[in-house]
Design a protein around this ligand. Structure first.
Ligand code: 8YV
Length: 328
């Protein structure tokens, strides 16, 4: 397949520099409005594209793949997480899927730290007082948060992002613990002074802060369910920069309201942008709209990775970031 002839459909606006590079390389169709495509629009796009560049806002399930045309050969996802794509169905239809691992690890880890600090040091409460002009001046007893240094941080999912969180948290004086199917190599474990817990339940019961950094897969859906959330100390804080579905959001909300968990920092939500309204009313939460990877640099690097995947495929090779079904 010659690269000039490859028709690439991009479902959302991307940074200008990425779009213009794509235009130089491929026969590219951009979404001028940056609105999320409807299912019909997405299905139509999948019929006319050789390569589709979706984002996490496009649900590419088996049904959607069944509507794709014979042309579609590659889904080059703009993003690392592919839980919105049925990778096995794609593979069965001969459609490859690639993603953009790694480029957002540091940015997402920065956001995890921002959420940890924001919750424990009560930054949103302080901001609200300033923005509403209610600050009466300094007091030795006002806005007392906790000291971050010395707290036990339990990282759930020790991939690239989890490790980037560990490195940062260690620099803040936190004690690093983690639960992961695979244990880190001894030298990496030593670098961040990390303690591995085979049992997630046992780790949860002993942590002051839990950071969710595992992908959303059928086996991690509601991994933090009501039973496991109840194992956590009432003084503990949970932050999530991974996928909302890993936590039972209703159970978490109930427990935050009841004071059974001290606070939460959430960048992602179980039902996308439809957030449990009760979460918004709580003073002990920091909520941000999926901003973990939202840096100018990160988005451009994400786009560059997408381009490399498409270009490698167009040149007749296996895309470097091919997602293999069942490996996540
Ligand atoms: C991206 C993300 O913004 O890379 C991921 O998996 O969750 C992000 O933060 C998003 O995926 C873009 O599609």
């Amino acid at each position: 397949m010659s690269k000039q002839k490859l028709s690439v459909v991009v479902t959302r606006r991307l940074p200008e520099v990425v779009e213009s590079r794509m235009k130089d390389l491929f026969d590219v169709e951009l979404n001028a409005t940056d609105t999320r495509m409807t299912r019909d629009e997405l299905a139509a796009a999948m019929r006319r594209a050789d390569v589709l560049v979706p984002t996490l806002s496009d649900q590419i399930d088996a049904n959607m793949l069944a509507q794709a045309g014979e042309k579609l050969k590659l889904i080059a996802n703009f993003g690392a997480g592919v839980d919105h794509i049925d990778v096995s169905s794609a593979r069965q239809r001969g459609v490859l899927v690639s993603n953009t691992p790694g480029v957002s690890a540091d940015d997402t880890a920065d956001m995890a730290m921002a959420l940890i600090l924001g919750v424990i040091r009560r930054i949103p409460e302080g901001m609200a007082v300033m923005q509403t002009g209610r600050w009466q001046g300094w007091s030795p007893t006002a806005f007392l948060g906790g000291r971050v240094g010395g707290r036990r941080l339990g990282i759930l999912g020790m991939g690239r992002i989890g490790l980037a969180v560990a490195r940062r948290a260690k620099a803040f004086g936190m004690q690093i613990h983690y639960h992961n199917r695979k244990r880190l190599r001894p030298e990496v474990e030593a670098e961040v002074d990390a303690t591995w817990w085979e049992s997630l339940d046992q780790m949860l019961a002993r942590m002051d802060v839990v950071s969710v950094n595992c992908p959303h897969t059928p086996s991690t859906f509601h991994l933090l369910n009501a039973r496991r959330l109840k194992l956590m100390k009432p003084t503990a804080v949970v932050v999530n920069t991974s996928r909302g579905e890993v936590i039972d959001e209703n159970a978490l909300t109930r427990m935050l309201r009841a004071g059974e968990i001290a606070g939460a920092g959430l960048d992602v939500f179980e039902h996308g942008h439809e957030i449990n309204p009760r979460l918004r009313e709580l003073p002990n939460v920091v909520l941000v709209p999926h901003m973990g990877s939202a840096t100018v640099e990160g988005r451009v690097e994400m786009g560059e990775k997408v381009i490399i995947n498409i270009k490698t495929f167009a040149d007749g090779h296996r895309p470097p970031d091919l997602v293999v079904p069942g490996l996540l």
